[in-house]
Design a protein around this ligand. Structure first.
Ligand code: ZN
Length: 309
């Protein structure tokens, strides 16, 4: 018997023609949603453990973004259903760079050290990264989609921010939005090596776009549906404007690394994995401030710092 509160694989009929499949995750929000609409499966979970792909009658798989809990099951889902995988062009390039290259964990670790993270926190990334990567079985050579592409009547929207190549799928006022909008948590928006230079600027623009689109409903990768997607986008936009002010206030005349600023913003007591997210999130806010003239950046390949201007 399952323990109380554990998340089973469940199918829920959300509305005519759209079903939600929930898979459990070992960490974080503890679950991820995939959606099935007509002959399309949206997102594929982490790929660890069992998933009922064999029960699905789908001709296409569409991926919102390359994070492991969305793309990790793509190869298995494609193999057992025979469906073709569709993935954003930029997103697939990043997927290959991160999950398909041998030295990505080292490059991530160097990047964190350059931003002031203690070597012990960064080095932990290397072992973890190498242990984890082989389990992320994304589908090789998917059909690449872009803004304006269509997948079975769903329009592809490029919604960068949470991931540079993040896409959403919109049809008849329904937005299958991956992690672009979540109800209970603010989607992480971090700056990483080889990423677009201003992910928070991208995200704020994607939120504006969502407010204008005002979808009837948003189906997210985690948590409950968003009947008020435009209002949630507005709330997230305001949240980041407050965080930008907090980040500006955490700067001083003395140069500080993103790691040091993150201690101020997120506190000192964080597990190492969360600290890395905190540093990446701090960086996306610092780079936005640099573009607004509210922070200056100095440094080189060895060490980068920020000051108030
Ligand atoms: Zn994600």
């Amino acid at each position: 018997m399952a323990s109380a509160g554990s998340i089973e694989q469940t199918f829920v009929q959300l509305e005519d023609g759209i079903r939600r499949l929930t898979l459990s995750l070992p960490t974080g929000p503890k679950h991820v949603h995939c959606y099935v609409a007509d002959g399309t499966l949206f997102d594929t979970g982490l790929g660890l453990g069992e998933a009922p792909w064999g029960e699905l009658d789908v001709a296409r798989i569409a991926i919102t973004h390359f994070h492991p809990d969305h793309v990790g099951g793509a190869e298995a889902a494609s193999r057992s259903t025979g469906a073709t995988v569709h993935q954003g062009g930029l997103d697939y390039a990043q997927c290959e760079r991160v999950w398909g290259s041998k030295d990505w964990p080292e490059r991530m670790a160097d990047w964190f050290v350059r931003h002031g993270t203690p070597a012990v926190v960064a080095e932990d990334l290397i072992a973890q990264g190498h242990a984890f990567a082989p389990f992320i079985r994304y589908a090789v050579d998917p059909v690449l989609v872009y803004e304006g592409s269509e997948v079975d009547g769903w329009s592809v929207l490029e919604l960068p921010g949470h991931a540079d190549g993040h896409v959403g799928f919109l049809r008849d006022g329904v937005l299958i939005g991956g992690d672009h909008l979540l109800r209970a948590i603010s989607p992480a928006v971090g700056l990483y090596p080889d990423s677009r230079p201003d992910p928070l600027g991208d995200y704020l623009a994607s939120l504006e776009r969502t407010i204008e689109l005002a979808p009837r409903i948003g189906y997210p990768g985690h948590g409950e549906p968003l009947g008020d997607a435009a209002a949630r986008a507005q709330g997230l936009s305001e949240h980041h404007r407050v965080r930008l002010d907090d980040t500006a206030a955490a700067l001083a005349r003395r140069p500080r690394s993103a790691y040091e600023v993150s201690l101020e913003l997120f506190g000192r007591e964080l597990p190492q994995t969360q600290r890395r997210f905190a540093v990446a999130e701090t960086l996306s806010h610092l780079e936005r401030l640099v573009r607004d003239g509210r922070a200056s950046r100095a440094g080189d390949d060895n060490r980068v710092t920020y000051t108030s201007p």
